[in-house]
Design a protein around this ligand. Structure first.
Ligand SMILES: [Fe+2]
Length: 523
């Protein structure tokens, strides 16, 4: 079944160049070539490989066949058998598992191989073979056994990678950090074209359909630095608004679009197709459960949250748009404090509280989208809050803080993104009383490439927000975390220039949280 790829020679050359950048092996190994007679005109593994959802006995392997990634994928409307191999060694001499998966047009010829029964805390290598094409190899690792006491866990987390505003040089540096895991906290793609000084362009208009979202995901996945980071370690992912549309809340878009349910369903499905997610996360209609827990022995438990799908709509919206967020003065928007309002939805709230209470992990990491600490955004006189983050849902935040105080999970650490700046905050029992107890520690990370507001604006907010220990919008980058029994060490990493793919990097600040003592200390 040869594939009649309609790629021009120039396009093929471009794709070939992209492969050599990513170090992709273009031909299948000889034994596979004999067994698999299908011939591709162009290597279909243009989007690389990925692994995710690491469990003590398994992991998900992902790829997608897309010889023409920016144009619907370029595959015929047929099922294609893809062979996969999991090996103990990077030369694939000692195969641990192998099998076949079906890449179907219904799921854009994506492949999700959900493995179970593997050894815990073990590194594996994997690759895919389709016809005479083979993917580049990927490396992954299972989580430690539930009863294990790992000496350390080293992970990086990231968010907000607007493709046009910068290259992904941050991932090139992350790849050199020897992390066990990447956690991605939202805005993996952007639906809209915005910002200044673009270094590259989205290939199509703002997506609203499944075909549009597929092409947008595919374009982001063509980036060689992003592909390389996916191939190195497993990722745990959650989303924010831009995977669908700016500031959406549950079934409501910022502009109150009439057919938003259909748009959200298309966006969620394309997201599933492009991420290493488990079958349990398969979208059903416009819904897709992505919140979950991931444990790393007794050392760490990640509570991965979804603050978009089930939230109440933002209060006091800008009348110009109808929905979405604004900066509101407290005096003009008392409904912000309505106790009925939730950012997680009540089912997810109860699931989170129960999980925190049951947790036996030393570090409880809440992996979520946005800034959780209260932030008065009016310098000096007057108080204002931004309604899209947890500040739009103060009663829900207080319920979570009360859960920390009453159920006493060990060492809650909140990680987030969304605001394109590094923020380090003490999460207080009562933010308006600086002397009140610190119940948890928050590290909100800067963006991979999305632009931020001026640092001067952050600095003028600090006097009114004494629980903020550090704020910097000056650099794009990521956050590096090292957990041990004694402490949580955090390095805020910032690249010199997101417009330069060969950019340098610096550590902007280091903090430490000691076991049993909430609150960040400068290190
Ligand atoms: Fe963002």
């Amino acid at each position: 079944m040869p594939i009649d790829a309609s790629c021009s020679w120039r396009r093929r050359r471009l794709l070939a160049a992209a492969w050599s950048l990513a170090g992709v092996q273009v031909l299948a190994p000889p034994h596979a070539r004999r067994a698999w007679s299908q011939r591709f005109q162009v290597n279909p593994f243009t989007l690389g490989v990925a692994s995710g959802c690491p469990r003590p006995d398994g992991v998900v392997l992902w790829t997608r066949l897309a010889p023409e990634p920016l144009n619907g994928g370029g595959m015929p409307p047929e099922n294609v058998t893809v062979r996969w191999e999991l090996a103990h060694d990077e030369r694939f001499r000692n195969i641990a598992r192998q099998g076949e998966a079906l890449a179907t047009p219904e799921f854009a010829h994506s492949v999700h191989v959900e493995l179970r029964g593997l050894a815990s805390d073990r590194t594996y290598w994997y690759r895919f073979i389709a016809g005479d094409g083979a993917s580049s190899p990927g490396r992954t690792r299972t989580a430690p056994a539930p009863s294990a006491e790992p000496r350390q866990l080293r992970f990086a987390y990231a968010s907000c990678q607007q493709y046009e505003q910068g290259y992904y040089g941050a991932y090139r540096h992350m790849a050199a950090e020897a992390v066990d895991l990447v956690v991605f906290l939202g805005d993996y793609i952007y639906e809209s074209s915005w910002g200044q000084k673009h270094v590259r362009k989205h290939s199509g208009p703002e997506p609203t359909t499944l075909a549009g979202y597929r092409d947008r995901h595919a374009q982001y996945k063509t980036d060689p630095d992003l592909q390389h980071m996916h191939a190195l370690v497993p990722w745990i992912v959650t989303w924010d608004d831009h995977e669908v549309s700016n500031d959406y809340a549950d079934m409501q878009s910022q502009y109150l679009e009439a057919d938003f349910v259909r748009r959200r369903a298309a966006a969620y499905r394309a997201y599933y197709e492009h991420m290493p997610l488990e079958r349990s996360m398969l979208p059903r209609g416009p819904g897709m459960r992505i919140h979950d827990r991931f444990e790393f022995g007794r050392l760490a438990l990640f509570h991965v949250l979804d603050d978009r799908q089930y939230r109440h709509a933002q209060v006091c919206p800008n009348p110009k748009f109808g929905g979405g967020s604004t900066l509101v003065r407290d005096a003009t928007c008392p409904e912000r404090s309505d106790p009925a309002r939730s950012i997680l939805g009540s089912a997810q709230e109860q699931w989170l509280y129960a999980g925190l209470e049951r947790s036996r992990a030393r570090w409880n990491i809440l992996a979520q989208q946005s800034l959780m600490a209260q932030l008065d955004r009016t310098p000096g006189e007057g108080v204002s809050h931004w309604t899209d983050s947890w500040d739009g849902y103060p009663a829900a935040r207080q319920r979570l803080l009360d859960c920390f105080a009453q159920r006493k999970p060990s060492n809650p650490i909140v990680i987030g993104g969304d605001v394109h700046s590094h923020w380090v905050c003490d999460l207080k029992q009562d933010f308006d009383r600086p002397e009140s107890r610190t119940l948890a520690t928050e590290f909100c990370g800067t963006s991979i490439s999305s632009q931020a507001w001026a640092q001067a604006r952050n600095l003028e907010l600090l006097p009114d927000n004494p629980h903020v220990k550090f704020a910097s919008s000056e650099r794009r980058g990521y956050v590096l975390v090292e957990l041990s029994a004694r402490e949580c060490k955090v390095a805020l990493r910032g690249i010199d220039n997101e417009k330069d793919p060969q950019t340098g990097i610096a550590t902007q600040a280091r903090f430490v949280v000691e076991d049993g003592h909430a609150g960040a200390q400068a290190a």
